[in-house]
Ligand binder design. Structure first.
Ligand code: ATP
Ligand code: MG
Length: 362
């Protein structure tokens, strides 16, 4: 039977937030602990982070340890998952170079995620080439590990489509060497793309609208209390809207029925709260206070583990270094296959050399 392999990762452009958690991290830990996968690779995408932070290497450098701490805090286990740093696996850049011959500029321009990211960064007039082509480098990351499964948020759908197209082109032109991956999206609709605390479509490090996994209870409280709700819900008696109201989206993502008994026994489940809010007579503050309790409960074990690993930073770096070495070995083997299929393995190909000797033998 063919192997089941996971590859996924995050850009070290900041600490990881609730969007990462529900969109991908939580799923990774479940998959890791399911024992169903032959191999799991979790990548800190520093090279990709530099594509739109070329002038700020310090930011990337300082955040590698933060992302690694977040990984260990949510329960990724180095004994089960290989945690590694992208730039240490040089083979990925070589794969990117070869794959870029299989993709047109027009195809890259159609990528909706990249389009909106270009807008968000005001890159319209001056897009760095590396940023424009990062979907190709993501295809290299995924295929280097022969990943079958990529657990990510919805914004990654176009990247997975691009990867599949590259795999198909490669295998058609050069012969089967690459594996077509499947995207694994969160089952809970609220987790596909968790909005920011400002109500913007996506919680994102680049937008500064995040609740971080490493935020303490005080910071969390402040962020939730000033969170975007329904701007037309002015007086408590007014009917309120739950659609597009962050408090309810976050509750959809995090709340479990058992939390009502523990924190808000007047209701049995989230639907009852939503119905009351929609009828009118339920204020934002009560809902926010409940959300704070839910989030603190969910974050408690993560904060506890983080505090422990923060006391052993040398160990965390060692995990990344060892993981990067192991990841590199795997990528080297894939690159060797790729080069053989592309017929750019001249010195290993004794038959080729012999044929050329014979061509000129009198
Ligand atoms: P940046 O702003 O630097 O792009 P980001 O917050 O978008 O950072 P990434 O490192 O680009 O984070 O994304 C890492 C992973 O987390 C991806 O799988 C992405 O789909 C997922 N993810 C990021 N933000 C969210 C979100 N708000 N909701 C669901 N998933 C998310
Ligand atoms: Mg992003």
């Amino acid at each position: 039977m063919s192997k089941k392999i996971i590859l996924t990762g995050d850009r070290p452009t900041g600490k990881l937030h609730l969007g990462h958690y529900v969109g991908s991290l939580k799923r990774r830990v479940e998959l890791q602990n399911s024992g169903e996968f032959d191999d799991i690779f979790i990548m800190i995408a520093d090279a990709q982070a530099l594509t739109d932070n070329a002038d700020n290497p310090e930011k990337v450098r300082e955040n590698i340890i933060e992302v690694a701490l977040d990984y260990l805090s949510v329960g990724l286990d180095p004994a089960k998952s290989t945690l590694f740093v992208q730039s240490y696996v040089q083979e990925l850049t070589e794969l990117t170079f070869y794959y870029s011959n299989l993709v047109t500029v027009a195809r890259l321009q159609r990528n909706p995620t990249v389009k909106s990211e270009i807008q968000m960064r005001n890159f319209e007039a001056s897009i760095p080439v590396g940023f424009f082509t990062y979907p190709i480098s993501q295809a290299a990351d995924i295929t280097a590990f022969k990943a079958t499964t990529v657990p990510v948020g919805e914004d990654q759908l176009p990247m997975l489509e691009q990867t599949k197209e590259i795999v198909r082109s490669f295998n058609r032109i050069y012969g089967e060497a690459l594996v077509e991956p499947e995207i694994l999206l969160p089952d809970n609709a609220a987790c596909l793309r968790l909005p920011g605390t400002d109500g913007k479509a996506k919680m994102s490090k680049s937008l500064g609208n995040c609740i971080y996994l490493s935020d303490d209870a005080k910071t969390l409280k402040k962020k939730v209390m000033s969170m975007y709700t329904d701007p037309d819900h002015i007086r408590i008696e007014d009917p309120g809207k739950v659609e597009g109201n962050c408090v309810f989206t976050y509750l959809d993502a995090f709340c479990k029925d058992e939390y009502f008994e523990e924190f808000w026994p007047e209701y049995n489940n989230l639907q009852e709260v939503k119905d009351h809010y929609k009828r009118g007579g339920l204020g934002d503050v009560k809902c926010k206070k409940f959300l704070i309790k839910v989030l603190n409960k969910e974050l408690a074990p993560i904060r506890e583990r983080r505090a422990k690993y923060e006391q052993d930073i040398a160990y965390v770096y060692q995990v990344l270094e060892e993981g990067s070495k192991r990841a590199r070995e795997v990528a080297q083997a894939t690159l060797a296959d790729v080069k053989a299929q592309m017929q750019i393995n001249y010195f290993e190909d004794k038959e080729l050399i012999q044929r050329h000797i014979e061509r000129y033998q009198k």
